[in-house]
Design a protein around this ligand. Structure first.
Ligand SMILES: Nc1ncnc2c1ncn2[C@@H]1O[C@H](COP(=O)(O)OP(=O)(O)OP(=O)(O)O)[C@@H](O)[C@H]1O
Length: 287
């Protein structure tokens, strides 16, 4: 399997935060969802990869090329949408075409107008007159209009209503169909990832907790629910994190099928990505 992105041992230190030797791969033809709570290090990782901040250690290969020395060439094949980035708001939508033509050799005017029509964006409107959701769509379709092979998106669907989000998720799924293109996106809307992500990368406090296929995460992790007596009988190594509620314990386990065989009378439920993150971040460790 070939990767469009390979990050090895990226380390970036701020006075009160350290992104600590993070590895991440984005295979061709896949969508990788980057998850983690506020301040976990997702944006730092993305900016470090793009050379927008400078990690002290680590190596980034994009399309097999060293990002430090080949970023100019790499950038012609990537589309980027960063959280909080915005277009030149005073311009009209159609001016984007003129600006981007000058930047990207492969800029496709026909495709850009096609997307505008498909998503109901009036080219003659000023960007600042568009709603927030429309502006976000505009950013994403602009990122797509020079035929990139890789999309890197920080919170692309935040603040969007479910209908617009769905439209955008459809575009993402179309984008990777040719098995060459990939998407790396960070998001807090974990339910979106349950639909579209092939892999999940979970960062907590600057550390990569896991990088797994979505199917493996959803199939193998689980929540075991039990009373105190049963909780005390669990093998400590089976308890990844736990939370004590008013009436019972919720235990994060990472191989629910074998756990079910071991504790036959236990109630073990499937887990959502959101519950997994919550239990991992808010739960306690046994030792
Ligand atoms: N330029 C900076 N100087 C100092 N600290 C920084 C700087 N940029 C980020 N940080 C710190 O690094 C940590 C990680 O921030 P980062 O933006 O990468 O998190 P995130 O996972 O993207 O969060 P969110 O989900 O809120 O966007 C935070 O504690 C943040 O305050």
């Amino acid at each position: 399997m070939e990767n469009n992105i390979e990050i090895r041992q990226m380390t970036k230190t701020y006075p009160a935060f350290r992104l600590d030797r993070v590895d991440l791969s984005v295979p061709k033809g896949s969508i990788v969802g980057l998850i983690g709570e506020n301040g976990a290090g997702k944006t730092t990782l993305i900016k470090g990869m793009l050379g927008l901040v400078h990690p002290e250690e680590g190596e980034v290969l994009i399309f097999g090329k060293d990002a430090k020395t080949s970023m100019k060439e790499i950038k012609t094949n990537i589309g980027v949408v960063l959280d909080g980035s915005f277009f030149m708001e005073l311009l009209k939508v159609q001016a984007i075409d003129t600006v981007m033509k000058g930047i990207y050799d492969k800029w496709d005017t026909a495709l850009f107008y096609d997307y505008l029509q498909r998503f109901g964006i009036d080219p003659s409107k000023k960007i600042k007159e568009l709603s927030k959701g429309m502006q976000k769509k505009l950013e994403i379709l602009t990122a797509l209009s020079h035929h990139p092979k890789l999309l890197i998106l920080d919170e692309p669907t935040s603040g969007l209503d479910p209908v617009v989000r769905n439209e955008i998720l459809d575009i993402f799924q179309d984008f990777i169909l040719d098995e060459e293109c990939s998407i790396l996106l960070s998001t807090h809307i974990t339910s979106d990832l349950e639909h579209i992500a092939d892999y999940l990368a979970f960062i907590d406090n600057g550390q990569m907790i896991f990088f797994e296929t979505r199917d493996k995460v959803l199939d193998s992790y689980g929540i075991l629910k039990c009373d105190q007596k049963k909780f005390e009988r669990l093998e400590p190594s089976d308890v990844i994190r736990y939370r004590r509620n008013r009436y019972n314990y919720e235990v994060l386990v990472n191989d629910r099928h074998s756990i079910r065989r071991t504790y036959r009378d236990a109630v073990i439920e499937k887990i959502t990505i959101e519950d997994l993150m919550l239990l991992y971040i808010k739960g306690e460790k046994l030792c």
